[in-house]
Design a protein around this ligand. Sequence first.
Ligand SMILES: Cc1cc2nc3c(=O)[nH]c(=O)nc-3n(C[C@H](O)[C@H](O)[C@H](O)COP(=O)(O)OP(=O)(O)OC[C@H]3O[C@@H](n4cnc5c(N)ncnc54)[C@H](O)[C@@H]3O)c2cc1C
Length: 462
Amino acid sequence: MEQEFDLLVIGSGPAGQKGAICAAKLRRKVAIVERQRTMGGVCVHTGTIPSKTFREAVLYLSGLRQRSFYGSSYAVKDQIEMQDLVFRAKAVMTREIEVIKSQLRRNRVSVFEGNARFLDPHTIEVIGDNGSQVVRGAHVLIACGTRPAHDHDIPVDGKPVKAVAQVTKQAFVYVFDRVSGKPVWPIEERPVPASSVPGESASKTQPFPTRPAPIDIQGVRDEDLIALTPEIHNEAKDIVAKYDHGPLFTPPSERGTIQVPGVAGGGNWAGAAIDPESGMLYVGTYRLPFVVTVRRPAQGESRYDFIGEFRYLPGPRGLPLLKPPFGSMLAIDMNSGDHRWRIPVGRAELIPTVQALGIRERLGFPTRSWALITKTVMIVVQSGYFGAPRLSAGGTRRIADLNNFDPHLWVYDKTTGEMLAEIAVPANAVGAPMTYMAGGKQFIVFPVGGGPLVEELIAVSL
Ligand SMILES: Cc1cc2nc3c(=O)[nH]c(=O)nc-3n(C[C@H](O)[C@H](O)[C@H](O)COP(=O)(O)OP(=O)(O)OC[C@H]3O[C@@H](n4cnc5c(N)ncnc54)[C@H](O)[C@@H]3O)c2cc1C
């Protein structure tokens, strides 16, 4: 027998729950359809709740939250094991599911278990373990969540591998087989410098992927410093000499350690784009060194023996400290792990200090860039900068200082990196672009704004 509802909701994640309960509170007859055996969607089962419960459990068991509490420093458990975390996560998830079920019950929302399939725009077949039933809704809310757009294999050394790649702020790309969890190319534990801070014991080794090669400069070496002129290079060396510096993973010190890549990357949360057809990975990366200093806190400032601070380290004459390209997009062939090409992204040559040197070539701008890959091209948008003017001042930066800088949408040939179009847009991006077709036209949409800037979506039609 068919059942009729004012609203049918497909999916019991946060979106479905909120939609169902809002409609029910408006006295509509509502049903929710869920294909998992339990309610809650990604949020409860694989996302927010488990990941944050793991974190909270580690903080509690390791004693980080209790340090110096009542004058004593202790950890609840010496050896934290996976089963401790799973136990806690299960308890929280069970409680969350109870809360959701009780909310739906209280608001008289009917629940159907099974996979929803449209028969027509108002009729849905729910296919469950014990057969199927048909439900109708005057309105249907599709709250099915998302899944990665591409979960294809990539060809590695000629063989298809179900891979997962993690781009990091240290300028590494860690690549694993996502079925076995094993590295696709060996990852070696290598010795790294020790800490000079009294009482501090930094890890003796760190994991270095053997392939792909690092996506950007790592550590501080003279040959990587800015050298637009010999004088500028000498001034850059003078700046570096004021701080501790060395290879990647040189620990923070009381004098201040130059960190390259800096706190913001290398790679950043702009992530990377993969072309599933060619197996090419496109990674935005930038050169923005920081100084990380460890110091003893002032009276009453902290319960810890040492506290840390970091700040952006500008180069000479307000220029970046490292050589160009200051911001770039790198194409990596994931078949072999080889870098194919790198192009500068953004136009630091617009900065007056650079213009005064008569430099006209593209230097790239040191901020995050997002790539969108289509069948033929790579579309790139870039974020603005924090602090005005970013490249001529150090010190603390706040999100409220977010500024636009030469905002563009760039289109490149994805196989060569050759620029095909440069389209001026009203504001810099703050997130990844996406594309869709409507009415026979292709649109590219990306988010802008934040801090003092208006938050909007900008759509560019091609
Ligand atoms: C590891 C991880 C950590 C995260 N951490 C955070 C965080 O800290 N903070 C935060 O805000 N967000 C976090 N998120 C994101 C958050 O979990 C998601 O944004 C949120 O769950 C999306 O809600 P949703 O209702 O749109 O979809 P989902 O939660 O994906 O729910 C969709 C539901 O629809 C059901 N469904 C799909 N198709 C059908 C069908 N045909 N018939 C019946 N049912 C169907 C699915 O089974 C699922 O239960 C995290 C995500 C992950 C993966």
